[in-house]
Design a binder for this molecule. Structure first.
Ligand SMILES: [Zn+2]
Length: 102
């Protein structure tokens, strides 16, 4: 359902559970999640909720996997195939590992 009118809406904050009224139908601290929006009473609450519930970005995940595999002694090509990432990306992290002496 689209809330595109200008009626005030009563919402419950996803983070702290406080009930609040949005100034107009279209404006609110909200995040799209699954089948609909989640509403938040303040920017502070949206950030707090994100910190608690959002998974770390995939990029960080991938970088850690690359470094882990390289530490295990796999070659750039093996890591590239294993993790399905570009070989240039793997060699970039390998170079960084050498430089930083990880
Ligand atoms: Zn709140």
């Amino acid at each position: 359902m689209m809330d595109d009118g200008f009626d005030r809406m009563e919402k419950t904050c996803t983070n702290c559970g406080k009930e609040f009224v949005t100034p107009c139908g279209d404006w609110a601290f909200k995040k799209y999640k699954g089948r609909g929006y989640q509403y938040f009473c303040s920017w502070k609450c949206i950030r707090a909720w994100e910190k608690e519930h959002e998974k770390p970005a995939r990029k960080i995940d991938e970088r850690e996997k690359i470094i882990q595999a390289l530490s295990d002694g796999l070659s750039v090509k093996e890591v590239s195939v294993l993790l399905n990432v570009d070989a240039s990306k793997v060699s970039y992290w390998k170079k960084r590992m050498v430089r930083e002496n990880v």
